[in-house]
Design a protein around this ligand. Structure first.
Ligand code: AMP
Ligand code: MG
Length: 442
């Protein structure tokens, strides 16, 4: 396994150079893989109607074929296509001998010169293979237009206008019995819940939720709901992180606010390892006098890296403690979101086995940047952006509000993050930039 130092560019200082996001991502992925055995969630049975947002712990194999029986795709008349329809007199005459309705199949036999009335979804009897929709069929001459044909009436069907099998849905054409419908690691959403139900399952095997212990650090923090004292601020990071974690289906263990006090921090870190698979903190990981989190982690466990070439979000301590994963996020509220989305979220998805969602972020797009942006080469920079379509229909993006790393309002006003890659320099107006749409992520 590589150390941060092996991945980082050579340095003459005793501290390693910051890792690029790509280096940090691969190091995290490697460490998560190493800890997977002890941290991967357990399987449990759950009622399907309670399983929205849960991750499947086993593949879903279809015990039936879908459709379960061959049925009609239209309302009309089901008949057997003559072998050479062109060679016979057209239209052909068929006598109606019965009907097949949804839930009430036709039980009798049907001869080659007979047909049945059939409704969409109703069982196609074995003797027929094709459905002529009502509007294509002529009633027998003498029948009043508009009157309904009934059993014993004759109808005329232009057989040359159809191919055998038209308007018929074959048993098993959607899903074959025994086929794998959803893979382990799939996160159940509304469509997949319906799909699982359509196979007859009322229970599914899902992963127990990943437990993530969370606390904020800082002597200046107060709980929302209290009266703000002078020099203090409300703790917002915990709420942002609770939302981000719950959005991923994690079980959040909220350990509140911990002061910048090594003893209190130590106790809380140890408690967190007993309660959770992953420990997430915010604040206290820079080089200030009150930044104890990283040093304590180094004393109690291991810290693999703590500096990333990104902005916002440069200090981010990643390590392990008693075989638990530890992410010490920066204190600045926007830096918390950016580091979570770019580095913590993929690690949590990896732990949950959510392969289909993994990768740094699935949904990236390109947009035309509507204004110049200053960018320093050698670090990844994130800006909050707002998208729109221009008159040509192209996706455009502009900066949303103030970009300071403590300013959460621009994260709420914006609808995306603009990602300026590691090697990129200043961006001119009308250059294409990568964006991460925030909808569905935050
Ligand atoms: P730190 O990394 O602890 O030096 O914090 C950096 C900045 O983020 C400081 O201005 C802190 O007051 C602020 N900050 C730290 N934790 C939080 C929090 N939980 N909620 C809101 N702001 C915070
Ligand atoms: Mg602090």
């Amino acid at each position: 396994m590589k150390n941060a130092q092996d991945l980082a560019p050579p340095t003459t200082r005793c501290e390693p150079q910051p890792l690029s996001i790509a280096q940090a991502s691969s190091l995290i992925a490697e460490r998560v893989q190493g800890l997977l055995h002890g941290l991967a969630p357990q399987a449990m049975d759950m009622a399907l109607d309670k399983a929205f947002g849960r991750t499947l712990a086993s593949d879903i194999i279809s015990p039936i074929q879908v459709p379960a029986y061959t049925n009609s795709a239209m309302d009309g008349f089901a008949f057997r296509m003559p072998e050479k329809p062109q060679a016979i007199e057209n239209p052909c005459r068929f006598v109606i001998v019965g009907e097949s309705l949804a839930g009430k199949p036709f039980e009798g036999n049907i001869r080659f010169d007979e047909c049945i009335k059939i409704m969409t979804g109703a069982v196609m009897p074995k003797d027929v293979d094709t459905v002529a929709p009502f509007e294509s069929v002529q009633l027998e001459p003498g029948k009043m237009k508009g009157s309904k044909p009934t059993i014993g009436d004759g109808v005329q069907i232009d057989c040359a206008g159809f191919n055998a099998g038209d308007n018929r849905r074959l048993a098993g054409e959607d899903i074959a019995k025994g086929s794998c419908i959803l893979r382990k690691g799939h996160r159940l959403h509304s469509a997949s819940m319906g799909l699982v139900a359509s196979l007859g399952f009322s229970q599914v095997q899902v992963q127990s939720a990943l437990r993530v212990a969370l606390f904020s650090t800082g002597d200046e923090l107060q709980r929302p709901g209290e009266t703000l004292k002078s020099g203090m601020i409300f703790d917002s990071n915990r709420y942002t992180l609770i939302g981000l974690l719950q959005g991923l289906g994690c079980d959040v263990i909220d350990l509140g606010i911990v002061p910048d006090n090594p003893q209190a921090l130590k106790q809380t870190l140890i408690k967190a390892t007993e309660l959770a698979h992953v420990i997430l903190t915010s604040g206290g990981v820079s080089d200030g006098d009150a930044d104890f989190t990283k040093a304590l982690m180094q004393e109690l466990g291991e810290v693999f890296f703590w500096k990333i070439a990104m902005r916002p979000g440069r200090p981010l301590a990643f390590g392990s403690l008693s075989k638990r994963l530890f992410f010490g996020l920066p204190g600045n509220p926007v830096a918390v979101m950016v580091t979570f989305l770019s580095l913590v979220r993929p690690a949590l998805l990896q732990l949950m086995g959510r392969e289909e969602d993994a990768g740094p972020l699935r949904a990236t797009s390109l947009a035309l940047c509507e204004q110049p942006i200053k960018k320093k080469k050698g670090r990844t920079e994130f800006q909050r952006g707002m998208t729109r379509r221009n008159s040509k229909g192209e996706l455009c993006v502009s900066l949303s509000g103030h970009q300071g790393s403590g300013i959460l309002s621009s994260m709420v006003q914006g609808d995306c993050l603009i990602v300026l890659e590691h090697d990129r320099e200043d961006v001119s107006a009308q250059e294409w930039v990568t964006i991460w749409p925030l909808a569905g992520l935050i």
